[in-house]
Design a protein around this ligand. Structure first.
Ligand code: BV8
Ligand code: ZN
Length: 224
């Protein structure tokens, strides 16, 4: 049975990582849509770096929760038949032991060089404009997909959705595309669809089954 799981900020909420909706989508008074854009980065790179440097530093203080661990256990059982596509830029899936994780919106612990376009692992701040380890130019930006930018791995995601027998969406509001459109694509290819979320999402009606509750409880119960 081939399974594709899509996760969003809700799966990391119980680890203490704030979701986008919790803060009403605000950070230091900025709307996330206004900070997570290439225009914002070009106009005020220091503000955008501060937004991501703070979130990257906060990773050290959080741990995976039972939902992340349950998905890692599922991967131990089914191996390549499971793909976790995450909209999250934290590393909690990996720290829980998941290996097959596709970060469609990039990662906090990666930096993208605008000079040589290399993606480099990066754990420190980018706000001081450090030199790229590959080409030496101080052109590193967060390796995060902003609004208006093309998500990573779309071909692989569509291939996986086309073959999926089951599509499970965990902890996402269904507010942002193309991720919010995956359920429709999976349905169109004959998959069963299950939503595990604290509240109904904007696309709940497209799921055969939608369970409301905390990911830390719903995901282990579903995996077992
Ligand atoms: C693109 C990285 C072209 C940055 C993010 C008009 C109409 C439709 C679409 C558009 C439009 N205008 C523009 C667009 C496109 C746009 C878009 O969708 N805009 C929205 C605002 C309308 N999309 C883009 O620009 C994308 N690119 O379209 O390129 C293209 C398309 C296809 C193929 C080729 C080219 C790029 C979007 C990526 C933006 N980057 N993240 C960063 O992290 O800073 S988006 C970010 O917000 C997340 O990654 C996620 O995708 C999105 C929503 O966040 P969620 O993860 O869902 O979290 P949220 O807080 O919203 O919800 C949490 C949920 O969890 C809630 O439902 C809550 O109830 C639940 N929950 C809370 N606690 C728990 C819980 N559930 C369980 N347990 C709990 N404990
Ligand atoms: Zn470079």
């Amino acid at each position: 049975m081939k399974i594709v799981v899509l996760t969003g900020a809700g799966i990391s909420a119980e680890s203490g990582v704030p979701t986008f909706r919790d803060a009403d989508g605000l950070w230091e008074g900025h709307r996330v849509e206004d900070v997570a854009t290439p225009e914002a980065y070009d106009a005020q790179p220091a503000v955008v770096h501060r937004f991501y440097d703070a979130r990257r530093a906060a990773l050290a203080a959080v741990e995976p929760n039972p939902a992340h661990h349950a998905l890692a256990r599922l991967e131990e059982h089914v191996g390549d038949d499971l793909l976790v596509v995450t909209q999250n830029i934290d590393d909690l899936h990996e720290r829980a032991g998941s290996a097959r994780v596709l970060h469609m919106h990039g990662e906090l612990l990666s930096a993208l060089c605008r000079a040589c376009t290399d993606r480099v692992r990066w754990a420190g701040d980018l706000g001081e404009f450090p030199a790229c380890p590959s080409c030496g130019v101080s052109a590193l930006r967060p390796d995060v997909v902003w609004f208006g930018e093309i998500p990573y791995g779309m071909g692989d995601i569509q291939d996986a959705l086309a073959e999926a027998d089951l599509f499970v969406s965990i902890g996402t509001s269904g507010a942002v595309y193309p991720a919010a459109g995956f359920v429709q694509y999976a349905l169109g290819h004959g998959a069963r669809t299950l939503e595990l979320n604290l509240q109904p999402s904007e696309v709940s009606l497209l799921f055969h089954e939608s369970r409301q509750g905390l990911a830390g409880e719903l995901v282990p119960a579903w995996v077992e």
